[in-house]
Structure formats: C-alpha cells, structure tokens
Design a protein around this ligand. Structure first.
Ligand code: NAD
Length: 254
C-alpha cells in the first residue's frame, strides 16, 4: 500500500476527481479527510470508502472562508493527529469572454479557485513545517498554458494556481515539503457536463470537437487524474518539486 499510515485531506472530494482520488487513496491505506461544501455528496464519498473497508471522515467546510477552513484543519488534526498530504482540489467553472463576465461571477471563480488553495494551505502548512514533511498537490489545469475561448476567469485562476505552486515550493522546500500541480485536460465529471451544457447548444457535438483536439482522441477519466495525484502524494515522486504534471491526452502539445 502506497499511502499506509498517511493522512490526506482532499478538498471538494464529494464529486468528480476529488471523490475518485479519495476512494483510491483509501484503497492505498490512507486515512482520508473528505472535505466538501456539499454535505450529502461528502457523506456519500465517506460511505463508499467505508464500504471498501477504508478509513475516512467528512468535514463540511467552504474553502473560501478562513474560519471554516481553520476549523476543518483543527478537526482533522484532532481525529488523525497529522496531515501528510493536502490535495487542494475544490474548484468551480467560469464561462464567458472577459467583457461579458459580471464582477460577482469573476469574484466567485477567483475565490474558490485561488483562495481555495491559499486557505487550506495556510492552515495545514504549520503542522507540516513542524513535522518537516508533507506533500501538497494543487489543482491547476492545462488551460493555464493554452488559450481556450470563453474561459477568461477560469484560465486566469488556473494560471495563478500554477504560479502559486512554484512560489510555495521555493518557500517550503527547506521544511521538506513538496508542492506540485496537476494540469488535467478535459475529464468527464459533473463539472465538465455542467460547462458543456452552459456553453454549447449541442454538447454531444462539442465533446466530439474536444476529442478531435486531443492527441489521445478521447477525453480523460477521473481515474487518470487520481492515479497522477497518488504518484504526487506518495514518496515515489520525492524528486518532484514545484512541477506541473500534465494529464491531458496531449491537449497542451497537440
Ligand atoms: P466537480 O464539480 O465534480 O467537483 C468539485 C467539487 O468541489 C464539488 O463536489 C463541489 O461541491 C466542491 N466545491 C465547490 N466549491 C467548494 C467550496 N467553496 N468549498 C468546498 N468544496 C467546494 O469537479 P471536477 O471536474 O472533479 O473538478 C475538480 C477540480 O479539477 C477543479 O479544481 C477543476 O477546476 C479541476 N479540473 C477539472 C477538469 C475537468 O475536465 N473536469 C480539468 C482541469 C481541472
């Protein structure tokens, strides 16, 4: 088991990539702290982990609210005494050209996607620094590196997460803490289904277009990203520091 005796905290683990990663990490022996803003979905992830004889608790918290995040980290430490891996996964979509985006929508995307990385990291880092070990995985996207139409707010946030990852790595390397970023391409999750529905009259046609843009000729699955997250969480990636890890079927280079 690759995560035996480790505790991982995954934000936004009630759905999609976060949920899939929580199930995989639990199978690999980790104690999993499942976070989400959606209680029903978060509870559902914990139930599935318990059904596969894993260990997990759900902590409801909004990753954009300091008190909520600080309390979540405190509760996680009370339960498991340590946090070895933090996966800053929670994120929301943002659609539209810059001049069409309302300030409140811009702020919502920026808050969840950037503040939602800043706050959990802020409250988890002191315990990792004290123990002189830790792996932080930040969810960016291949959109950080390629221009896509109608994604102004979303691409701005994912580019920021990549820059933040590198800056964090420089500051915390001396504490033996690794900080890396995942850059997925299009992965079929509820998030993408919502985006396709909001953005295209014919989502099926849009899927075929996206597929044709990828070198792989297909979309990714949550498992593809979860496996990459497992590598970054485990000691197998001990020489990776501040790295972007692409899981995009070649979208970035295609
Ligand atoms: P998803 O919508 O299935 O899951 C996201 C989860 O985050 C949801 O359960 C949601 O309730 C939770 N969440 C939202 N706001 C929150 C908040 N304020 N506090 C706590 N939890 C909150 O989406 P997904 O596709 O699994 O995406 C997960 C991450 O991967 C996101 O950061 C997304 O930007 C990124 N990503 C996804 C894709 C893709 O194609 N699906 C590609 C690149 C990057």
């Amino acid at each position: 088991m690759r995560l035996k005796n480790k505790t991982v905290l995954i934000t936004g683990a009630g759905s999609g990539i976060g949920k899939c990663t929580a199930l995989l990490f639990a199978k690999e022996g980790a104690n999993v702290v499942v976070n989400d803003i959606n209680e029903e979905n978060g509870d559902g992830t914990v139930k599935e982990i318990k059904n596969q004889n894993g260990t997990a608790i759900f902590i409801k918290a909004d990753v954009t609210k300091p008190e909520s995040v600080s309390e979540m980290v405190e509760n996680a430490l009370n339960e498991f005494e340590q946090i070895d891996v933090l996966f800053n996964n929670a994120g929301i979509s943002g659609v539209g050209k810059l001049h069409e985006i309302e300030p409140t929508d811009w702020e919502r995307v920026v808050n969840v996607n950037i503040k939602g990385v800043y706050l959990p990291s802020k409250y988890v880092l002191p315990t990792m620094m004290e123990r002189q070990q830790g792996s932080i995985i930040n969810m960016s996207s291949c959109i950080a590196e390629i221009g896509l139409a109608q994604r102004a707010s979303y691409s701005a946030t994912k580019g920021a997460v990549l820059a933040l990852t590198k800056s964090m790595q420089v500051d915390y390397a001396r504490y033996n803490i690794r900080v890396n970023a995942l850059l997925p391409g299009t992965i079929m999750t509820p998030f993408v289904k919502k985006y396709l529905k909001e953005s295209y009259e014919n989502p099926e046609e849009a899927i075929e277009k996206i597929k044709s843009r990828q070198l792989s000729g297909d979309l990714g699955l949550p498992e593809d990203v979860a496996n990459a997250a497992l590598f970054l969480a485990s000691d197998e990636s001990k020489f990776m520091m501040g790295s972007p890890l692409y899981i995009d079927g070649g979208a970035t280079f295609g």
